[in-house]
Ligand binder design. Structure first.
Ligand SMILES: Cc1cc2nc3c(=O)[nH]c(=O)nc-3n(C[C@H](O)[C@H](O)[C@H](O)COP(=O)(O)O)c2cc1C
Length: 209
């Protein structure tokens, strides 16, 4: 079990990975956050673990502390920089407004999570963390991955956008002339890092080329 980073949680970032396609966005974001020296509170849904196994060469499984060690080694995080939390670890700082990180990103974000966030029906830690981010007016970014979008998805997105939540769909632009999947992934991760005010050099900025 993660011991948790109980000091300076306001300066940390929560990252929730749910079981939508596009887990490469979430894993690349995790790597960039760690490389940028951010403390990260990571939550990975059961469905996300399945999609990670299907879409990447990585297999993430076991207890939260085992996943924490695996990902700490994989992304060369400093000791204590990465905390992985299970779905019922309510003692996590992300579960309360008093300990909440400065921002939360759900990447990728399923339509199921979008619905839970829009309707305040939190039933596990990552949904609770989003509920907390909304009530505390903290930055919340949802990288929704779904196509086509139904009226339900659009209504949920509109409701959240009106609450100040950033809806950042996982649909990359092509004007940088991408030559690889990594380029497309970096396009989205760069937009997320911009939203978090984290410096990066993933892509040249518009007008700088
Ligand atoms: C390979 C794969 C891809 C999926 N892609 C999506 C997707 O893009 N968007 C989505 O909303 N759900 C997708 N799903 C379905 C979700 O995983 C499913 O609704 C799950 O219950 C979501 O649970 P979670 O939000 O707790 O992760 C996918 C499932 C699998 C196995």
């Amino acid at each position: 079990m993660s011991t948790g980073n109980t000091t300076g949680t306001k300066n940390s970032i929560a990252l929730a990975m749910t079981g939508a396609s596009g887990v490469a966005y979430g894993l690349r974001l995790l790597q960039c956050l760690i490389d940028a020296g951010e403390d990260v509170h990571l939550m990975i849904s059961k469905a996300a673990q399945i999609v990670i196994a299907m879409e990447t060469d990585i297999k993430i499984s076991g207890t939260p502390s085992e996943m924490q060690q695996q990902l700490t080694d994989l992304y060369k995080a400093k000791q204590g920089q990465l905390n992985v939390w299970g779905k019922e670890q309510w003692a996590s700082p992300v579960a309360s407004g008093s300990g909440a990180p400065r921002a939360m990103v759900v990447c990728p974000c399923t339509s199921a999570f979008l619905s839970a966030a829009a309707n305040g029906t939190s039933s596990d830690l990552m949904e609770r963390a989003a509920d907390v981010a909304i009530k505390e007016n903290n930055k919340l970014i949802l990288v929704h991955r779904e196509t086509p979008l139904s009226a339900i998805h659009l209504e949920n997105s509109l409701k959240l956008a009106r609450l100040g939540v950033t809806i950042l769909p996982g649909n990359p632009g092509f004007y940088q002339n991408p030559t690889s999947i990594e380029d497309l992934v970096d396009f989205i991760v760069a937009r997320i890092l911009d939203q978090l005010d984290i410096e990066h050099e993933l892509l040249p900025r518009w007008g700088e080329q």
